[in-house]
Design a protein around this ligand. Structure first.
Ligand code: 5GP
Ligand code: ZN
Length: 112
C-alpha cells in the first residue's frame, strides 16, 4: 500500500529503529514512546487491523505475538503489555495492523 506509513517503514522508505524482523513480521520502536520499551510489531502484509489480518493471513497473528514476546524478553522484561487499538474510538491512528509492546514501568488498569 504505497500511501501506508507502516508499509513505507517496512520498505525502508521511512527510517525507523528496527528491533526484529522475520519473514512475516517486522518490529520497530514507536516514535512517541509511552513506556521505556515501546515497540510496534506489524505484519509485512498490509491489513487495516489485526482482525482483518486474522481473516486474510491467520498464521501471522500468532507470529506477531511470538515476536512481541521475543522483543520484550530480549530487552529483559518478563512483564509487558500488548495493546491492539482497533478503530478511531479505540485510539487507532495508523490503519496497518500492529501490536504495541509496552514494558519497563508499572502500567495502570483500567486503561484510559
Ligand atoms: P495507534 O494509535 O494506531 O494504535 O498506533 C500508532 C503508533 O504509531 C503510535 O503510537 C505512534 O506514536 C506511532 N507512529 C506514528 N508515526 C510513526 C512513525 O513515523 N514512526 C514510528 N516509529 N512510529 C510512528
Ligand atoms: Zn500498510
Amino acid at each position: 500500500m504505497p500511501d501506508c506509513l507502516f508499509c513505507q517503514i517496512i520498505a525502508g522508505d521511512i527510517p525507523a529503529e528496527v528491533v526484529a524482523e522475520t519473514s512475516t513480521a517486522f518490529a520497530f520502536r514507536d516514535v512517541n514512546p509511552q513506556a521505556p520499551l515501546h515497540v510496534l510489531v506489524v505484519p509485512r502484509t498490509h491489513a487495516a487491523d489485526v482482525g482483518e489480518l486474522a481473516e486474510v493471513e491467520p498464521g501471522t497473528v500468532p507470529e506477531l505475538v511470538r515476536v512481541a514476546r521475543q522483543v520484550a524478553t530480549e530487552a529483559g522484561h518478563d512483564s509487558y503489555r500488548l495493546v491492539v487499538n482497533t478503530g478511531a474510538e479505540a485510539g487507532q491512528t495508523v490503519l496497518h495492523a500492529h501490536l504495541h509492546v509496552l514494558a519497563g514501568r508499572a502500567l495502570a488498569w483500567p486503561p484510559g
